[in-house]
Design a protein around this ligand. Structure first.
Ligand code: FPP
Length: 233
């Protein structure tokens, strides 16, 4: 799609969706996976090149253990169930975040998804998992310091573009549009470095109710925006 390469989504409102129905919060996440599958498919059909979703933040470890392990189980079952479809639709899976502390079965499942889709050339679908924007910037700064100490980088001639290459998103352009469902008006440590000029779209709709039609509304809204990147027309 012209002028819109990268859409990023904060999939919020699963818990409230479940609560309104008198269900366990995990039921909301289950329903959220169904929305996610539809949005991946729609993104692919629309020719969007990059889709990044916030599945688990560095702050989400504060949630009850039952919910955390439920979310991880959901990711594993998502991969088991959807991998074949993703490959068939030429979707390349990527992970943004600190993987070293994730449970072993989660990492195994991720490795399988990365390996099976590594040659896919269609939609690049990135899952932010144990991801935090500030942690990512700090990690990049540490890498930079190490490179300087080794004489591999030169602080004087180091550009924003060079620094971007130290992020999890090294090969991914900055998001053009960030969508947040569930009504909160904040970025919650998502793509902190990359969101400098992203357009923001917030909807009160809870993530499990975020249909392809709602997605189209967000994309239509984006198309009306006048992006000047600090310049003038
Ligand atoms: C926010 O809703 C949502 C999350 C913390 C998890 C999002 C995860 C999924 C949609 C499914 C798992 C992902 C994959 C890739 C299979 P919330 O619980 O904060 O909702 P609330 O604000 O209403 O409580």
């Amino acid at each position: 799609m012209r002028d819109l390469q990268h859409v990023a989504i904060i999939m919020d409102g699963n818990g409230r969706w479940a609560k309104e129905r008198g269900l366990n919060r995990l039921r909301g996440h289950y329903a959220g996976v169904e929305s996610l599958i539809e949005i991946v498919r729609t993104s692919s059909d629309l020719g969007i090149k990059y889709l990044t979703v916030y599945a688990f933040s560095t702050e989400n470890w504060k949630r009850p253990l039952e919910e955390i392990s439920g979310l991880f189980k959901l990711l594993i079952s998502f991969v088991a169930r959807e991998l074949e479809n993703l490959v068939q639709n030429n979707v390349k899976v990527g992970i943004l975040g600190e993987r070293s502390v994730l449970p072993e079965d989660v990492n195994r499942s991720i490795d399988k998804a990365l390996e099976s889709t590594k040659n896919c050339t269609g939609l690049s679908f990135n899952i932010a998992l144990n991801y935090g924007g500030r942690a990512e910037i700090l990690r990049a700064a540490k890498k930079f310091a190490a490179q300087c100490a080794q004489g591999e980088a030169d602080a004087e001639n180091f550009s924003e573009n060079d620094f971007s290459k130290l992020m999890y998103t090294a090969d991914i352009p900055d998001p053009d549009l960030i969508i947040r469902t569930g009504g909160e008006r904040r970025l919650s440590n998502f793509l902190t470095w990359q969101s400098a000029y992203s357009e923001l779209y917030v909807t009160d709709i809870y993530w499990p109710d975020f249909s392809p039609e709602e997605y189209e509304k967000a994309l239509d809204d984006y198309r009306q925006r006048d992006r000047r990147f600090g310049g003038i027309k």
